[in-house]
Design a protein around this ligand. Structure first.
Ligand code: F6R
Length: 249
């Protein structure tokens, strides 16, 4: 069942309320975080709500889903930069507790292995935020990624490079590889909040709805997760049958 909200702002309000509630209940919550356009209004609203309510985020631990290989943390299109810009710099986050895969590690394979291990050592992710690519990817797990994968290097599909090209000055600058948390790491999160907004996500929402649980449609794995909320706005829900939707006014 998809929870359908009017627009991205209504989605952001709902998700922010859930985040605030989770952090109030457990200040040491382990968050799994995503980047991308979908999350921008969510982080903006969360920053506002957290400030208004004096929420203590200093004990939070976070693990981001992914990072481009070859971009330094200072690069404006790196996900390190994105997170500082949209979330961490606005609130009292303890930076040493905010983890992202590194874009330029000395030993990529060792780094990937250590990243999944670090998540496990912290007891796993309490709440994972997820966006979705137009090809159904979650994190940077492209179609065909095994459901039992851990953090690994991925060669980005042409579709994903084209989709993300909008953030770069030219297509030549769009990295062709990234490090992503694996499908199994995501599946082990205790709670998942999956979000899709906008016209450009309508087709993939229909594909997801119609798909069996299949590695060719990575987001379909979530149908087997016990505690996933599928949250969309009206534009992303445009092609879904009404029977699959619960409209939230
Ligand atoms: C980013 C990530 C990706 C995005 C997805 C949607 O950390 O994990 O899976 O969530 O590519 O991106 P937007 O929100 O820009 O459409």
């Amino acid at each position: 069942m998809f929870l359908v909200f009017n627009d991205p702002q209504a989605v952001a309000q709902y998700v922010s309320e859930r985040l605030v509630q989770v952090v109030k209940n457990k200040p040491q919550t382990i968050l799994g975080l995503a980047t991308g356009s979908t999350m921008e209004p969510v982080y903006q609203r969360f920053c506002r709500d957290a400030k208004e309510q004096g929420l203590d985020v200093s004990q939070l631990i976070s693990f981001n889903l992914d990072e481009y290989i070859g971009l330094s943390p200072e690069h404006p299109q790196s996900y390190h930069y994105y997170m500082n810009h949209h979330l961490f710099d606005h609130l009292d986050f303890a930076k040493q507790k905010t983890f992202l895969p590194e874009g330029m590690p000395d030993d990529v394979d060792a780094h990937c292995q250590q990243y999944s291990q670090k998540i496990a050592d912290h007891g796993g992710i309490d709440l994972q935020l997820l966006g979705v690519g137009s090809n159904g990817h979650i994190g940077f797990n492209e179609p065909g990624t095994p459901f039992n994968s851990r953090t690994h290097v991925v060669h980005l599909s042409e579709q994903t490079r084209l989709d993300n090209g909008r953030f770069f000055d030219s297509m030549d600058e769009v990295p062709s590889r990234a490090i992503t948390m694996g499908m199994k790491d995501i599946m082990e999160a205790h709670e998942i909040v999956f979000i899709a907004t906008g016209d450009n996500k309508a087709q993939v929402m229909l594909d997801l709805y119609e798909s069996a649980v299949d590695e060719q449609m990575p987001a379909s794995m979530l149908k087997e997760h016990k505690n996933t909320l599928f949250i969309v706005d009206k534009k992303a829900a445009a092609l879904l049958p009404a029977t699959a939707c619960q409209f939230i006014e």
